[in-house]
Design a protein around this ligand. Structure first.
Ligand code: OAD
Length: 259
């Protein structure tokens, strides 16, 4: 692994522009459960009962209970060496040359960006904040008027009446997360595709690469003539198109490639 990681490091360090696409695996060593594989969330829970607009319309209390449980779990987790290394790399390179696109809703890349920005006279962390393709556990959105806001407080799920409501129109608030069957935000996806097209190197860390359109971002880089590097303990559907595959965990590999 040492040689292939050194080769990947060379590609990344020499690249004019990089894009890093991350999935649940980058947060696994912070204690955030992944979705698929042993111990994955979708082994114990059925997505259609918890992560669809229909599920929320049927039983908003059940859906909020599940998200409240995930929020409480994630709140106890801290960015790991992979998040911190990627944030320091993004800070040092600047937003024009480096971009993190994540499918994760745990906010750990953003927490790492704040940590990196606090270090010295770095650009504001907003500039190097990740593009969150699937939303955030710690934001809510109104089911009627669409207003969004940050919301990190515990959710009272004791009854449907107690669930959080919009300050403007009093309709139910829902997690600001892209559920199965819903499209991604046009603006966020458009920016991610543009960055993937411009990137000389796309590094894919800790995703099973089965959820579209996120997984296809690596293909966008590849088709535009860029290089794809994959970091994952397992093979994925992206492995055949990867120019470099590094079998290892995010915490083992990312610091070797990006630091
Ligand atoms: P998955 O749970 O599908 O895949 C996690 C990937 O991380 C697998 O390929 C693992 O082999 C790998 N992995 C596990 N531990 C790792 C570690 N320590 N270091 C590096 N890699 C590791 O998660 P995602 O691909 O992110 O969507 O899932 C994509 C989307 O499906 C999620 O964003 C979520 C889910 O349904 C929404 O919630 C909208």
């Amino acid at each position: 692994m040492r040689d292939v990681a050194a080769y990947a490091r060379d590609l990344v360090q020499r690249a004019e522009r990089t894009l890093t696409l991350t999935g649940a695996g980058v947060s696994a060593e912070s204690g955030v459960p992944t979705f698929r594989g042993a111990g994955g969330l979708w082994k114990n829970f059925r997505p259609e009962e918890l992560a669809t607009p229909g599920a929320f319309a049927r039983d908003p209390r059940l859906v909020w209970e599940w998200y409240d449980w995930r929020r409480r779990r994630v709140r106890e987790c801290r960015p790991n060496a992979a998040h911190l290394t990627l944030a320091a790399f993004a800070r040092d390179r600047g937003p024009a040359r480096s971009c993190i696109v994540t499918q994760n809703v745990d906010g750990l890349h953003a927490a790492a960006a704040r940590h990196a920005a606090a270090d010295d006279a770095a650009p504001p962390h907003e500039a190097t904040a990740p593009l969150e393709l699937h939303g955030s556990l710690f934001r809510v959105r109104c089911t009627e008027c669409g207003a969004r806001r940050d919301h990190a407080d515990p959710i009272d799920t004791s009854s449907t009446e107690a669930l959080p409501r919009c300050e403007r129109c009093q309709a139910l608030l829902r997690p600001d997360i892209v559920w199965f069957g819903e499209p991604l935000e046009d603006v966020v996806l458009g920016r991610a595709i543009a960055r993937a097209r411009d990137a000389n190197v796309c590094v894919v860390v800790g995703t099973s690469a089965v959820v579209q359109p996120a997984a296809s971002l690596a293909m966008v880089t590849k088709r535009a003539g860029g290089v794809v590097i994959e970091v994952n303990p397992e093979t994925t559907p992206l492995t055949p198109i990867a120019d470099v595959s590094i079998r290892g965990t995010a915490v083992e590999v990312v610091p070797r490639v990006f630091a």
